[in-house]
Design a protein around this ligand. Sequence first.
Ligand code: ADP
Length: 250
Amino acid sequence: AEDALRQAQKMEAVGQLTGGIAHDFNNLLTVIIGNVETVGRRLDSHDDPRVRRALDNAAKGAARAAALTQRLLAFSRRQPLDPKPVEVGRLLMGMSDLLTRAINESIAVHVPASGDLPHIEVDPHQLENAILNLAVNARDAMTEGGSLTIQASSDSSKREIVITVTDTGCGMSAETMEKVFDPFFTTKEVGKGTGLGLSMVHGFVMQSGGRIAIDSELGKGTTITMAFPSLSITPDVQDKDVAGFVDHNG
Ligand code: ADP
């Protein structure tokens, strides 16, 4: 509990700092993007194509930086949780298209094909975000291809729903494993990783009354396990009112 509190305080401080920087940075980016666009409009068709290309590169770089600051802002805002009864099997099924799109073709994605598990009480959007974060990490760990398996099961003795995300990727060293939940810890190159993914996932799981564990072996792969207390009673509501599928087109 002490650790969780310390982690929460750390996240709070990081959130404030990040929000401030991201906000100012976003304003500066608006200036850069606006000026790049102005120059682009003034270019004539007979101007040096290298200038056009250089300008395109500048615009693309600025757009990537803007996407990154958006993520940082979202992180610092950390929307309050909106917990609902969720059936994880169905939530995962609803995510399978999104997951396949987020992961390259060289990786086989296995997601459970049906769901009839006891419900858990979590914010479905944030659970999806957490799973997506883990899937993207798995993808980044499997540059040579591999397989990503997401499973959900009920552990009735512990009254938990257990979600595992397993990859056959590079795995983590003991040093990395110790630091993965620290905000801004990343082994990825600049622009590729923010080091916020797992600290956000950790924060979400803790706030939801769950637990998270990592099992990893260098060169073999990684399994991240999240467990949430299951509701003993299936909520008596119409199917459509039970979160278990979030519409990604809406
Ligand atoms: P980021 O992905 O932006 O680096 P994360 O907090 O999600 O931030 O992850 C922190 C670090 O943990 C990663 O840089 C990587 O070294 C390690 N990591 C996370 N997930 C995996 C995985 N599935 N396999 C191997 N290493 C991982």
